[in-house]
Design a protein around this ligand. Structure first.
Ligand code: ARG
Length: 407
């Protein structure tokens, strides 16, 4: 059974108010159970309240990473992937969930896992069996035969096909229904080729418009959101027109794609840290030369697209594609988001209130506000002055429980 500190008063040097976009000095935050019940300066503290004094620290809302493969191993790419079993992925996920929470990410959106291992992990975390972030999961990603979300590593004789693969609107509606039946919270599909798959072109659209329309329409019937993996320009535009909630990667944006994203209110989730890790560590992790060559064509262009999208005022959230790089290093992307065009405050908003809003969780998560759930982290120093502090989160409170604190 969950045991909450009854009442906890947190004091710190500062608090990042992501709703107002400002820094609050000498804040006090009062928690009761898993809820924030007061935020201010001179809070009336009930007798018997415990105190957590975080001198020198800045408080922030728990972070969101909107693109994670929690069951994925950053050392198993290329043919090594074929050695991964579904139970193996689930166990890897348990280890990664703890690393991710340790890093300050109290919520993640998991975009693709085999055999509903992400659903099982979510349930184990929610039951308090293992530590981890709040999970919002997709189950297996949907994709075309031979596409980025299929498995193309083995020849014809093996007859291997990933579980989310289907062609044609009705077969795809069935896949959406199947994923929801087994516990998915949202739908992920692949709208273009990708970097890490074999035999796909990053620029090529995957799924005809009518297939994407069918996936989104079926998801909307169930009231769930849709994320589309898309690097190439045509696939990005088709997915936006189909009505997806988020475009993942969004590497090759042109003016029309940016205008469409604004018109449709589509959010972009761009993993701009990845390219550094792939190019320096990918070979050791088993990535094929084909994958590395594709990365060389994508990384720089994606960063350019990121800058243009931010400048144009498109909604951009924090999504890192953790699993490509080791889980727990998610925070490294913050400094790249600032380097390529965001203010420090914008980068923090992208990983908190904006992400919570895309997940429709803004009533209870995403900022330190009275009435919200107590997901709070702290870093030493002021991240608005040095965003790289987000790589070293020293305090993590999730659902009112202290998961990590300085000695
Ligand atoms: N999962 C993505 C893919 O295989 C990763 C792309 C990483 N590269 C990048 N520059 N963002 O397509």
């Amino acid at each position: 059974p969950t045991v909450w500190a009854q009442t906890l008063l947190i004091k710190a040097d500062a608090l990042v108010d992501v709703e107002q976009g400002r820094l609050v000095e000498s804040p006090q935050v009062l928690l009761e159970g898993n809820q924030i019940i007061a935020v201010g300066r001179d809070i009336k503290v009930p007798p018997g309240a415990k105190e957590l004094n975080l001198e020198g620290h800045t408080l922030l809302p728990g972070l969101f990473d909107m693109h994670v493969h929690i069951t994925g191993d950053s050392n198993k790419f290329g043919y090594r992937r074929l050695t991964v079993t579904v139970p193996g992925a689930a166990i890897t996920g348990v280890a990664n969930a703890k690393k991710t929470l340790d890093a300050g990410f109290t919520s993640i959106r998991n975009l693709g896992a085999p055999g509903f291992a992400d659903v099982a992990l979510k349930e184990a975390i929610n039951a308090g069996e293992v530590p981890g972030p709040r999970l919002f999961v997709s189950g297996p990603a949907l994709g075309i035969t031979g596409g980025h979300c299929d498995n193309n590593f083995l020849p014809y004789e093996y007859q291997v096909k990933s579980e989310g693969v289907a062609d044609g609107p009705w077969k795809l509606r069935e896949k959406v229904r199947r994923n929801l039946k087994y516990g998915a919270d949202l739908i992920k599909f692949c709208a273009t080729g990708g970097v890490m798959s074999k035999g796909t072109k990053v620029g090529a659209q995957q799924f005809a418009q009518e297939e994407m329309n069918a996936i989104v329409a079926e998801a909307k019937l169930a009231g769930v959101t849709v994320a589309a993996h898309a690097h190439g320009t045509d696939g990005i535009k088709a997915a936006i027109r189909a009505g997806v909630d988020t475009i993942e990667h969004a590497s090759f944006l042109d003016d029309e794609a940016i205008a469409l994203a604004k018109e449709y209110g589509t959010t972009l989730s761009m993993d701009i840290y990845n390219t550094e890790h792939i190019l320096s560590e990918g070979k050791k992790a088993g990535m094929l030369e084909e994958n590395l060559a594709k990365e060389r064509s994508v990384g720089g262009r994606q960063r350019e697209s990121f800058r243009r999208a931010v400048e144009a005022g498109v909604n951009v959230v924090f999504g890192s594609d953790a699993a490509i790089y080791p889980h727990g290093q998610n925070g490294r992307q913050f400094s790249r988001m600032v380097k390529f065009g965001m203010s420090e405050m914008q980068a923090l908003q992208a990983a908190t209130i904006k992400a919570a809003t895309v997940l429709k969780q803004q009533q209870q998560l995403g900022s330190i506000e009275v009435g919200k759930l107590a997901d709070i982290i702290a870093v030493k120093g002021n991240p608005l002055e040095d965003i790289s502090l987000m790589e070293r989160v020293s305090v993590v409170i999730k659902d009112g429980q202290i998961h990590k604190a300085p000695d």
